[in-house]
Design a protein around this ligand. Structure first.
Ligand code: CP
Length: 312
């Protein structure tokens, strides 16, 4: 595999899940594969899980990870073509990506959307510029429209915890105090569409995801109806796609409660705001599998890095 930028880079999700489980059973079995190879992790935005689990994954493969908070510590990067750089940006992505490629065998990038400019966000200008101007493979650590390391993690976690052959999985919107990206919900939807699950999206009117992402997946505007007989409830807030980047509804009635959850397992990519998105009683119960889910970030990332290293 050359790059991992989207869930669409997964050719066979069932096989990938089995491979990730094998890595999890014996994480150091390929520790020689990444010897003398360096991965650069470039963060334009904050992170706890992605930053640590991707480093851990690289270390499990014998790689040397180097990490940079690009927004705070690097020169301001210009992405426009032909720009007269007399403003705040001091270095063009053409040089920046080429230079980082001199130090790293793989580059992983986190760059969130503006949530104000839909066309710019959907062009994935940061991720695509790295793919274009770097000479080494690129891994998406959450971009404007996707979080494929998280999506693969979530598929692995559902496979591990499923009690039936074809579980019912609900992706539920939940309230939040500020506008959040669509990336996690998009990649989760795309991952579930590749899995053998009964998949439903539940969100209030005005919060439908990009129709191209939804595809044939049923969307239900009644949370109670959607949760009926659910085995997994994956919760995430996202801002409006139609009224792009806006918070059009903060309906507290969509918060996840123990009563609503029933026998279903609760999933969330984290970080999560307690008693806004989900009540304490859920997170503090056996119904929550968010920590197991976060643990799986390492093995999803490790599988992706292994596949890239094998093709270097
Ligand atoms: N789920 C996730 O990507 O967590 P971080 O933002 O902490 O990396």
């Amino acid at each position: 595999m050359k790059h991992y930028t989207s869930i669409h880079d997964i050719d066979n999700i069932k096989a990938w899940i089995e491979d990730a489980k094998a890595l999890k059973a014996n994480p150091l079995q390929h520790v020689a594969l990444g010897k003398d190879k360096t991965i650069g992790l470039l963060f334009f935005n904050s992170s706890l899980r992605t930053r640590l689990s991707t480093q851990k994954a690289a270390l499990n493969l014998g790689m040397n990870p180097i990490v940079m908070n690009v927004s705070g510590d690097a020169w301001g990067i210009e992405f426009g073509d032909g720009t007269v750089m007399d403003g705040t940006t001091a270095e063009h992505i053409k040089e920046a990506a080429a230079v980082v490629s001199q130090y790293c065998d793989i580059i992983a990038v986190r760059a969130f959307p503006t949530l104000t400019d839909k066309a710019k966000d959907e062009s994935e200008h940061v991720l695509k510029s790295f793919t274009k101007y770097a000479s080494v493979p690129i891994v998406n650590m959450e971009s404007a429209t996707g979080h494929p390391l998280q999506g693969l993690t979530d598929a692995l976690t559902i496979s591990e915890h499923a009690k039936t052959k074809r579980p019912k999985v609900v992706l539920s919107w939940a309230p939040h105090i500020k506008a959040l990206p669509h990336a996690v919900a998009n990649s989760f939807t795309q991952a579930m569409q590749k899995m053998d699950v009964e998949f439903v999206i539940a969100n209030p009117e005005g919060y439908n995801l990009n129709p191209e992402i939804i595809g044939d997946t049923p969307v239900c505007h009644n949370q109670e109806d959607a949760f009926k007989d659910a085995d997994f409830v994956y919760t995430k807030n996202w801002s409006s796609y139609e009224d792009y980047g806006k918070v059009v509804n903060k309906d507290a009635n969509w918060m996840i409660t123990k009563e609503k959850l029933g026998h279903a397992k609760f999933m969330h990519c984290l970080p999560v705001r307690r008693n806004v998105v989900v009540e304490d009683a859920v997170l503090d119960s056996d119904s929550s599998i968010v920590i197991a889910q976060a643990n799986n970030r390492t093995y999803a990332a490790q599988l992706v890095l292994k596949k890239i290293l094998e093709d270097l």
